[in-house]
Design a protein around this ligand. Structure first.
Ligand code: ADP
Ligand code: MG
Length: 319
């Protein structure tokens, strides 16, 4: 006999909580919020065929569903507290549920956070997580804080997830070992939580790169009412991507998406503090441009020559 809804929740998604005042099992979960802190809340939904391929291993899907949510907390400089999981699945496939829970809880344990509740229903495979974090009142990193003259930085490398997607689609061929490396970037992104925390009080604005670097930068520019100049050849990329044709490198780094790196700004006088934040978080931070007073986005190459801006941003209703 297949597992019922409540057995499924009890078997795979109910674990004792220590941080939360109340976890799974009642009508609401209860989270304690410390005085002087604000609750940071974010939801992200993953739909099969849209955000992930049906071929993805369940544990990687569990990891990614939580990772993309934690990435939003990271971008705000919030410390994760807990999360909820609302999902629908076609049938109670135990191999799938076991893998999903394993991948999700492994990442949750890395960040010391708990699953406190959710909702479970039958339907097409679709996962919606909500994460809760805390940040000192008034101390969250926002999209709106970039100022003319600030340096623009990105963490890690960008573009590999898009390269993997194109390899899956058959647009390009990658040798097995290279494919495995970029596939990990696509399926097991590492949310930059430690970096987000280290950038509190240092970064003037931040966003996580989920829809493509230039598109996400556009959100910062709009909210901050500024422009920017990006040195396209300075955007950090992996060795695998750096071996691709130059046009592909630009497309993947600038418009790839699914990177979950932090894109942020800081005053030029804080360059050493930015480097220290990267060191303390164990992640590379690279300066890729500058914020300008004049609105709009300018792209230049390594020699300073203008580069045409033909790179789009991912939009679910346009692609
Ligand atoms: P309600 O009918 O009050 O919405 P449910 O019967 O849907 O409650 O869920 C029972 C309990 O199980 C609740 O505490 C809910 O938060 C939790 N829950 C349901 N689905 C999940 C899930 N996928 N992961 C974690 N907790 C879940
Ligand atoms: Mg319910």
């Amino acid at each position: 006999m297949s597992l019922g809804e409540f057995d499924l929740i009890a078997k795979y998604f109910t674990r004792p909580v220590a941080r939360a005042a109340l976890g799974v099992g009642d009508d609401c979960a209860l989270l304690a919020v410390r005085p002087g802190m604000q609750l940071a809340v974010s939801s992200d939904m993953l739909v099969e065929g849209r955000h992930f391929l049906s071929t993805v291993a369940p544990d990687r899907l569990g990891h990614k569903a939580l990772a993309v949510n934690l990435s939003d907390l990271a971008a705000c400089g919030a410390a994760p507290l807990g999360f909820t999981l609302a999902f629908s699945l076609p049938r109670a496939d135990e191999a799938f549920l076991e893998g999903l829970a394993r991948g999700m809880f492994a990442l949750a344990d890395e960040h010391g956070i708990e699953l406190v509740g959710g909702d479970t229903t039958q339907g097409p495979l679709n996962l919606c997580l909500t994460v809760f974090g805390e940040v000192p009142a008034g101390g969250a990193l926002l999209r709106s804080g970039a100022r003319p003259g600030d340096d623009l930085y990105v963490s890690g490398t960008v573009g590999d997830a898009r390269l993997a997607l194109e390899a899956f689609r058959g647009t390009l061929a990658l040798p097995g070992e290279q494919f495995d490396r970029v596939r990990v970037a696509m399926e097991r992104p590492q949310p930059r939580v430690a970096l987000g925390l280290a950038l509190r009080g240092v970064a003037t604005s931040a966003i996580d790169v989920s829809d493509g670097l230039l598109g996400d930068l556009g959100h910062v520019l709009k909210r901050s009412e500024v422009g920017a100049c990006v040195e396209v050849d300075a955007v950090p990329r992996s060795a695998v991507l750096a071996a691709q044709p130059p046009a592909w490198q630009r497309e993947c780094t600038l418009a790839g998406g699914d990177d979950y790196e932090l894109l942020f700004t800081a005053a030029p006088g804080d360059a050493e503090r930015v480097r220290a934040a990267g060191r303390s978080a164990g992640v590379a931070v690279t300066r890729i441009g500058r914020i300008e007073a004049a609105r709009g986005l300018r792209l230049v190459d390594a020699a300073g020559a203008p580069v045409a801006h033909t790179f789009g941003s991912f939009d679910h209703f346009r692609s």
